[in-house]
Design a protein. Structure first.
Length: 737
């Protein structure tokens, strides 16, 4: 049996090929070089992340739900280690059942990690095992059909894992593919590729199909230009348009646009500077507008939260071991040089952290003789989350209102869960700090706050409605807060019924529709009633509106472009929390609409730029939900879209530009607890992408989009309930362009 082409032998192969001839891309264009010089020192940097206990190359790394990084195996180690991002500390994660390198590690929807195949020394394995972060235990699971290393593993939307190609350990490339079902722990056969491949890439597309590109048709075989598409619905492969050049040891990165960036790799006897973009919509490849700053293969490529791609390390084929890093910027379609790592690395890993940084671990500085235990973190110029000025008082269940002036008001809430607050604070994004802004007339939490239209040119005021003063005191009062004077005055009349956890929606008429909620602590107090507030009436501003068909709590209410209000789900005594109804202000009536695919309450609903509504998360028949669906008012239809990365109950959400939505925090459900992570849904691609993590897990915070232009408008998160109690912190999120 031939020895597998591991990291060391592959590096030697690269060096041999490079010595056979010079790259045909020796000449750099002057504009590219100039751009590199400008980009250097632009704010990004590398810093040490300590050392692992073992020296590693050809290992695997995966980000766990906790935010920690699990590193497994590699040359010279059967063990696994955990990196605690917040503490900056490495610790043991035990030993795998089987020693392995050139294996894969995949985070499953359950939170466990599936480790598959690999080789060690002269032996290749077809075994697989599972790591459970909750217990720290490694356990064997079903084995593959045959020995396999240097393959790819892709988590499909169904939760199954697709393993493709690789090296059989006998000098033979594999065309076969297998599916792993975590529910049964079993592997099943699926369609084989048209071509055997090792050194290839596999990328999950927004459509759910998998794009496989390039590679070689054996460890010592011919380099490939072809690409193939796997359809999970049929289990079959179909040819995709061929790439512009042959590649092996390249990278393939799914961009936020839904296109795939393929960069570098060996093109036969040389490493290449070329890169190209694949558009799934047209099945076409287009070269990027400039070349990589230098030839590069066997590197890592990491999609940052900004939408940029960081490429680090690898080999250039002539001086094979690189410490340099480069960045691809999709809006400009250009590559830029970035600060170099502390050492050259080949066979390393790069993992995007929830902080927005990239953890690079291990690898070899010399192509095979040495292996490194060192790690370092790349800090981008603009991390997704940054601290802002803190509130004067910790609070949650408060309201956060963006005024027409751009000022943000945080009003009321509670710091204890039982006693309400009256204080109001004002945040000016231009100044960047919070200042006291008077008090409400009544202490409240779980209330609503709605900015009213201007009356006769007067400054706009804020209507504050209902809520609770304590765990047993439910308010029927309402008041109008004047930002110009920081004074609040009770309205001449109040609600007909006390209510909290209701919704309040400003209608195009200037009236405010208040719907549902609860009037007391018992389940029977859930309300179907609705009321309308008319700011032009100073004597009796409140009047009854028609009641909904269901009593609803933890529901959502979304103003549609038509001026109608879409009410979705919620806890109902009837238990049918997938029901949907629409309030028509012109006809002053409720109309039943098509139900959602699942029952849910405590979800989020956000109006997209297209006029459709994204509904995500909440609590269903079996607990917290990760599922999401989109409602189209024009056709009264619901369409299921990709699920979030994790289950979220009572998450917070805010619309971004270009049909995107930021969803963050909430409760992960049984055994998970409060969440610190965030993610963005893009209707244009149907994808969810990571939006990093806040410094602390949070729920029941205030979320507001600050005034700004286009996609660059920041999001402000205020206060909330954390693991140790109420928070006064505020955080700013910077969306990707």
């Amino acid at each position: 049996m031939n020895a597998p082409v591991g990291f060391g032998r592959l590096a030697a192969l690269v060096l041999t090929l490079a010595m056979a001839g010079c790259s045909h891309e020796d000449f750099a264009d002057e504009l590219n070089v100039e751009s590199h010089a400008v980009a250097l020192g632009s704010g990004s940097s590398w810093s040490s992340a300590g050392s692992m206990a073992a020296q590693r190359a050809d290992h695997a790394a995966v980000l766990l739900r906790s935010g920690a990084v699990l590193v497994t195996g590699g040359q010279s180690s059967q063990g696994a280690e955990l990196y605690d991002v917040k503490l900056g500390r490495w610790s043991s994660a035990g030993a795998m059942v089987v020693a392995r390198q050139r294996h894969t590690a995949t985070l499953l929807p359950s939170g466990k990690v599936l480790v598959v195949g690999g080789d060690f020394g002269a032996a290749t394995t077809g075994t697989a095992e599972l790591y459970d972060p909750a217990t720290g235990v490694w356990a064997s699971t079903g084995s593959l059909d045959r020995l396999r290393s240097g393959h790819t593993a892709t988590l499909l939307p169904s939760g199954k894992v697709l393993v493709v190609g690789g090296d059989s350990g006998a000098g033979v490339g594999l065309a076969t593919a297998r599916l792993y079902d975590a529910a049964t722990g079993a592997w099943t056969e699926t369609g084989a590729m048209a071509t055997a491949r090792v050194g290839h890439t596999a990328t999950l597309l927004p459509s759910g199909k998998v794009l496989v590109t390039g590679g070689r048709n054996g460890p010592q075989g011919s380099f490939l230009r072809t690409a193939e598409l796997y359809d999970p619905a049929t289990g079959l492969w179909a040819p995709a348009r061929v790439m512009g050049s042959v590649r092996s040891g390249h990278s393939a990165t799914l961009l936020l646009s839904g296109k795939v960036l393929v960069a570098g790799g060996m093109n036969g006897i040389n490493a290449t500077r070329g890169s190209e973009l694949y558009d799934p919509a047209t099945d076409a490849w287009t070269p990027t507008s400039n070349l990589l700053p230098s030839e590069r293969a066997l590197h890592t490529a990491t999609l940052l939260h900004s939408g940029e791609v960081l490429v680090a390390g690898g080999t250039d084929g002539s001086d094979p071991y690189l410490e340099t890093a480069v960045l691809y910027d999709p809006p400009s379609d250009r590559w830029f040089a970035k600060p170099s790592m502390s050492m050259s690395r080949l066979g390393h890993t790069a993992t995007l952290l929830n902080t927005g940084e990239v953890l690079v671990a291990g690898g070899s500085p010399d192509g095979g003789v040495q292996r490194s235990s060192s790690t370092e973190r790349y800090m981008p110029t603009a991390p997704p989350w940054a601290p802002a000025d803190s509130l004067d008082a910790p609070r949650y269940h408060h309201t956060t209102t963006v005024l027409e002036s751009g000022v943000v008001l945080a009003a009321g809430g509670t710091a204890t869960g039982t006693a309400a607050l009256t204080s109001v604070e004002r945040y000016d994004a231009h100044v960047g700090n919070w200042v006291a802004a008077g008090s409400l007339a009544t202490a409240r939490f779980l209330h609503t706050a709605t900015e009213l239209p201007s009356l006769n040119g007067a400054p706009r005021k804020v209507l504050v409605v209902g809520g609770q003063g304590s765990s047993s005191l439910f308010h029927a009062t309402s008041e109008v807060y004047d930002p110009a004077t920081s004074q609040s005055t009770l309205t001449t009349s109040g609600l007909a019924t006390p209510r909290s956890r209701h919704t309040a929606t400003l209608l195009p008429t200037g009236q405010v529709l208040v719907v549902g909620g609860r009037s007391g602590s018992s389940f029977s107090s859930i309300l179907a009633t609705a009321e309308l507030y008319d700011p032009s009436s100073s004597v009796t501003p409140w009047r009854a509106a028609p009641s909904m068909s269901r009593r609803r709590l933890y529901h959502t209410a979304t103003l549609l472009p038509s001026g109608q209000v879409l009410v979705v789900g919620g806890t109902t005594p009837e238990g049918d929390t997938n029901t949907v109804e629409l309030f028509d202000p012109v006809r002053n009536e409720w109309v039943g609409k098509r139900a959602m695919s699942v029952t849910r309450y405590g979800h989020t609903a956000v109006l997209l730029s297209s006029g459709r509504v994204l509904v995500a998360g909440g609590w269903g028949a079996r607990g917290a939900l990760s599922s999401a669906e989109v409602y189209d008012p024009a056709t009264d239809t619901w369409t299921s879209v990709a699920p979030m990365s994790i289950t979220r109950y009572v998450p917070m959400a805010v619309p971004l530009a270009n049909n995107r939505v930021l969803v963050l925090g909430g409760d992960g459900g049984s055994g998970v607890g409060l969440l610190d992570t965030a993610e963005v849904f893009d209707l244009n691609t149907g994808m969810w992408t990571s939006a990093g993590a806040l410094p602390a897990a949070v729920s029941n915070a205030g979320v507001a989009q600050l005034p700004g232009t286009g996609a660059g408008a920041h999001v402000l998160v205020t206060g909330g309930l954390g693991a140790s109690g109420s928070l006064a912190t505020t955080e700013l999120y910077t969306p990707a362009p």
